[in-house]
Design a binder for this molecule. Structure first.
Ligand SMILES: O=C(O)c1ccccc1NCC(=O)[C@H](O)[C@H](O)COP(=O)(O)O
Length: 214
């Protein structure tokens, strides 16, 4: 199971991801409406502190070609795209894409299935980064293919086990669920990250043992 922690804003948060050997780190860029929005320069600083095995993902909403080129030049491994983007522009992207779907646009997945540059899909709630979930039954009719299937949207230590059991995703994407919810602290909470990762890894071990006997 791949684990993606999204919305990093501080260099210290890189240590929490390194310590827990997560697989992907996400950085929200060019989206001032988000409290997690950071500049490419800030993202670069955090990326330098990340273990090289962690895939660095630029998270953007309807990016322009100028923004895409800046992201490509900055050393990201993936670009995660929310919202509709013109096919002519999409075909010019030189990084592997994680295409995000935010409930209303889930039927557009057909447009991306044959695109070799699309490495995976992120199925997310209507409002990305809101900590709100969505009706997972929407995903049961979506045929799996060879691309990565990430589940996002309101996942936390409370529901991640259920999410894995119900949907068997390739990866889990979390942001709000591993953040402080105290008024005097912001950003990612190392204890929540540790607990979240432990639950996933334990669930995975149980599943692997069970599969052996199937
Ligand atoms: O996090 C944001 O603020 C954000 C803003 C705009 C586009 C994407 C954004 N986040 C994308 C993510 O991958 C989040 O991890 C995902 O939406 C899950 O968020 P959460 O429900 O808070 O766990």
């Amino acid at each position: 199971m791949l684990i993606k922690i999204c919305g990093l804003t501080k260099v210290t948060e890189a240590d929490y991801l390194n310590a827990n050997h997560v697989d992907f780190a996400g950085f929200v860029l060019f989206f001032p409406k988000s409290k997690r929005n950071i500049t490419i320069e800030q993202a670069k600083e955090i990326m330098q502190a990340l273990d090289p095995s962690i895939k660095k993902t630029a998270v953007v909403v309807k990016p322009s070609i100028k923004q895409i080129r800046q992201i490509e030049a900055a050393g990201f491994d993936y670009i995660q795209i929310h919202g509709m983007i013109d096919p002519a522009l999409f075909s010019q992207i030189r990084l592997p894409v994680l295409k995000a779907f935010n409930v209303k646009d889930m039927d557009t997945i057909a447009d991306y299935r044959l695109d070799k540059n699309v490495a995976g899909y992120v199925f997310d709630a209507h409002e990305p980064g809101s900590g709100k979930s969505f009706d997972w039954s929407m995903l049961s009719d979506i045929p799996r293919d060879n691309k990565l299937f990430f589940l996002a949207g309101g996942i936390s230590a409370d529901n991640v086990k259920e999410a894995i059991k119900k949907l068997s995703p390739d990866g889990i994407d979390v942001s709000t669920g591993v953040e402080y919810n105290a008024s005097n602290k912001t950003g990612k909470d190392p204890q929540k990250i540790e607990e979240f990762v432990r639950i996933i890894r334990t669930e995975q071990k149980t599943y692997n043992r069970f599969s052996f006997y199937k």
